[in-house]
Design a protein around this ligand. Sequence first.
Ligand SMILES: N[C@@H](CCOP(=O)(O)O)C(=O)O
Length: 430
Amino acid sequence: MKYYSLNKKAPMVSFKEAVIKGIAPDRGLYFPEEIHPLPASFFDSLETLSNQEIAFRAIQQFVGDAIPEKVLSDILEDVLDFDFPVVPITDNIATLELFHGPTMAFKDVGARFMARCLGYFSNEKSAEITVLVATSGDTGGAVANGFLGVPGVKVVILYPSGKVSDIQEKQLTTLGKNITALEVDGTFDDCQEMVKSAFLDEKLTQKMQLTSANSINVARWLPQMFYFLFAYKHAKSLSKEIVFSVPSGNFGNICAGIMAQKLGMPCKHFIASTNVNDIVPNFMATGSYIPKASIATISNAMDVGDPSNFIRIRHLYKDNFEELSNNLSSYSFTDEETKEAMLALYNDFNYVADPHGAVGYLGLKKYLEQHPEYYGIFLETAHPVKFLEVVEDTIQENIEMPDSIAKLLNKKKKSILISNYQEVKDFLCE
Ligand SMILES: N[C@@H](CCOP(=O)(O)O)C(=O)O
């Protein structure tokens, strides 16, 4: 499988090169040259397959011969060693819980998959790879955990100071070894911009092999398709058509869901649910894409002012606005509305949602008001304990702290303060 740059000014590359480079030299995101739908029989018999088998069938064409089948299958066994339960909320609403992995957020699968691919590739060649990643909360911890101790790989995480939750911060600043956290005086967008500048900085790229572990990297982005297939496996026995509501920040997860649909997964519609960082809801309402500075919210992992992956979604629809609107709706919600939804989910259905899941629930409810015939699944992208203060304040209950998180809170944070790109560069050159 070959990948081209969406900016169309860079050579095509293999899966391996796309993973190692992260982003194309013309600053474009890599995109697979072809998408081959899977046979209807695959979807018809999904319930007879294990999660690992489903994942293998979904991703194999995108990896091609870059990784031998046996190695790929072992990687998936290892990556997908936890549950992805679909929990019913009402007769026509369920939630897909994606927080049962090591860092309790949906990023674990992509981060672990990419780390293992890079581990495999770095065995094949000796040069060290530096992974740069910008995080608004959850990616950082997942990448730190997924890449910890991977030989030949150094990880540098940029996060906005004071704008991630305490637990998220501990997850990305306490591991040490090959993981370093840069605490940026700015927003997530500043972090993402610094990472992108590093990729374009010839002085740096001549000196070291840099790659990205954000969902701009195909190995972080594509495995997120699995979630939708796992949910479909559970919901297909219901005789209703399915819609998904995805809490969205950088738009990698929902874009992967649309890829699963392109592979043939039956699904009627996607809802991109956002907080007040409403660039995409505005685009869907007006047709104009206008990035803006991100605003801090209680669903901080979605505080993104210029979502990287939306360009991939537009590309999937050949930039045809009408076709896109037929398959995607997008709504934004305030923190107040999010808290009300968390409270309603708790009081009415005894379900403790985190603020991101609550935004997903709100988007789904809004869409189902007009389309009550569908069965809706909203993604619960992070464990509520990661947002302890706001969740406990909102539902007025204590939530149980898993041991792994309690231990983490006693660990000492280690970060390097950064205020501009030059400081990032100086750090990388040291
Ligand atoms: N939601 C993110 C922001 C970066 O998203 P990514 O999926 O592109 O890594 C976060 O939690 O950091």
